[in-house]
Design a protein around this ligand. Structure first.
Ligand code: SF4
Ligand code: SF4
Length: 67
């Protein structure tokens, strides 16, 4: 059911602009306390849209760790 990939935000680089939250088709990414974006791995399908949109290029699409 889960995708093989998932978005991963570098919180130290994120500028909390919210652009990623607007493009995510699954509403899987949200800006937390106005500080940085956080991905809900249960909702993320690894499509990469957020990563392409991020002006700070701080979202990486990585292999999902199964656990
Ligand atoms: S990879 Fe796709 S589904 Fe996952 S957070 Fe980014 S835009 Fe949303
Ligand atoms: S688009 Fe990039 S910089 Fe903007 S909130 Fe999302 S992860 Fe942070």
């Amino acid at each position: 059911m889960a995708s093989k990939k998932v978005a991963n935000v570098d919180k130290n680089v994120c500028v909390a602009c919210g652009a990623c939250t607007k493009v995510c088709p699954k509403a899987a990414i949200a800006v937390i306390r106005g500080c940085y974006a956080q991905v809900d791995p249960k909702l993320c399908v690894g499509c990469g849209l957020c990563s392409k949109t991020c002006p700070a290029s701080c979202i990486e699409i990585i292999e999902r760790e199964e656990n």
